[in-house]
Design a protein around this ligand. Structure first.
Ligand code: FAD
Ligand code: UDP
Length: 399
């Protein structure tokens, strides 16, 4: 899939898709397979898959280059669509947090409380336990608000405050409630990290899934290339852009802040490193968590590969930072984007939103339908009125 075009400008592409992550790949696949469009997908990285890229390392262990990616969704539409390109391996994600010298389930559940405090509560007992400790808030604005109003200050301090400060370089009181609000509280013994109805991993990995999506004969892929190097070669092509929105507009209003990560990958000469896929370290070390991939992929191997995540300020733009002033800056870029003809903006970076993979896929499918509508409108403007009925129905049938 690392094909370069010999002479890219010879090809009359209808669409340039910037980014070979989920957003770009979904739109490219739909345009090619449903509308018969010729599509050039460009990515500045040397591989497809965006942040979900996985590969076999030099020891033959399947690892995720940009940290653990676990697929989960409650959208049947998204599952049906992706199932055209992959089979699935059932997998329910479980995480332990290292707190007070113990490895405890996170999200906080009945076992977390009982083991942390050496208690033997039932669900009703846990409800009362937390009710006696929570802080009431008239308004839930920040990540501190949401956590202390659900579990109280002590558990907030033990599980959330320091992890969040490490991960984001900000106190939870400075971050939107949606950040820590992603983590539920459970009054039973359910120790799954996610609550979605569908939780599974692509059977042969994400990169394999992307190879099938981008394998359509109408799609060409140009890797290790910044789109700005080749844009001018295709003046008539429409653009689907899934890179950072501030970069697209040359940072006209200033850069949007992102949080980044440094990944330290290691392979160990033993079968297992830790008891579960992810162990979080809220209060110790400079890293936030350690992931052991074999739990996630189901691979059998005599060695095991892990990754440490060290949050950083500079580097690749992984995490849009959800706080009001950043949302306000993004709105200014979004207004520019709305006024830019011939360019469709989609994905985590172009929307500056803390999206999961399934949300990105759903958004890309929606965007494709908008593009298809625009295509049929363009067509209707070029076609004599008497032919309009048949042209429109052909396009709709294809979508
Ligand atoms: P990306 O995957 O970022 O793709 C954008 C692509 O655009 C990149 O490949 C980039 O190289 C390319 N690009 C940017 N600028 C240019 C340019 N100038 N020229 C050419 N190409 C360019 N989601 C989950 O559902 N479950 C998880 O467990 C999960 N874990 C995550 C863990 C981490 C550490 C991170 C950072 C994210 C995680 N996510 C997870 C979120 C998930 O990665 C995203 O939702 C998804 O990958 C976004 O897809 P995308 O196509 O919008 O963006
Ligand atoms: N979080 C925390 N302690 C944990 C796990 C999560 O404080 O043990 C907070 C932290 O702010 C984190 C957010 O909850 O950024 C969302 O967690 P998630 O695991 O969804 O983060 P991601 O996988 O996106 O890095």
């Amino acid at each position: 899939m690392s094909r370069k075009l010999s002479s890219a400008s010879d090809e009359p592409f209808d669409y340039l898709v910037v980014g070979a992550g989920f957003s770009g790949a979904v739109v490219a696949e739909r345009l090619a397979s449903q509308l018969g469009k010729r599509v050039l997908v460009i990515d500045k990285r040397p591989h497809i898959g965006g942040n979900t890229y996985d590969f076999y390392n030099e020891d033959g262990v399947l690892v995720h280059r940009y940290g653990p990616h676990i697929f989960h969704t409650s959208s049947q539409k998204v599952v049906d669509y992706l199932s055209c390109f992959t089979e699935w391996r059932p997998y329910e994600h479980r995480v332990l947090a290292h707190v007070d010298g113990k490895l405890l389930p996170i999200p906080i559940n009945l076992d977390t409380i009982n083991r942390l405090y050496d208690l033997n509560l039932d669900s009703a007992g846990m409800e009362k336990f937390l009710a006696d400790r929570v802080e009431s808030r008239t308004q839930i604005r920040t990540s501190e608000d949401i956590v202390v109003s659900r579990v109280g200050r002590e558990l907030y301090e033990k599980f959330f405050r320091n992890y969040t400060r490490k991960q984001w370089g900000l106190d939870p009181s400075e971050l939107d409630s949606c950040v820590a609000g992603r983590i539920p509280v459970r009054f039973d013994r359910d120790d799954r990290y996610f609550s979605d109805s569908f939780q599974a991993m692509p059977l042969e990995g994400f990169t394999c899934l992307f190879e099938r999506m981008l394998g359509h004969p109408n799609i060409n892929v140009l890797l290790s290339t910044d789109y700005r190097e080749v844009m001018n070669s295709y003046p008539s092509a429409k653009v689907v852009y899934s890179g950072p929105i501030d970069e697209f507009f040359d940072y006209r209003f200033g850069p949007l802040p992102y949080r980044s990560l440094r990944f330290e990958h290691q392979t160990h000469d033993r079968e297992q490193f830790q008891p579960t896929t992810v162990v979080n370290y809220p209060n110790d070390h400079d890293y936030t968590r350690i992931t052991e991939f074999k739990h996630l992929t189901g691979q059998k191997h005599e060695k095991t590969s892990i990754v440490y995540e060290y949050p950083t300020d500079g580097g690749e733009p992984y995490y849009p930072i959800p706080r009001p002033e950043n949302a306000a800056l993004y709105e200014r870029y979004r207004d520019l984007a709305s006024a830019t003809e011939g360019v469709y903006f989609c994905g985590r970076l172009a929307n500056y939103r803390y999206f999961n993979m399934d949300q990105v896929v759903a958004q890309a499918l929606h965007m494709y339908r908008n593009i298809a509508d625009d295509e049929s409108t363009d067509l209707s403007l070029q076609i004599p009125a008497r032919m309009l009925g048949s042209a429109t129905s052909t396009t709709q049938a294809a979508t």
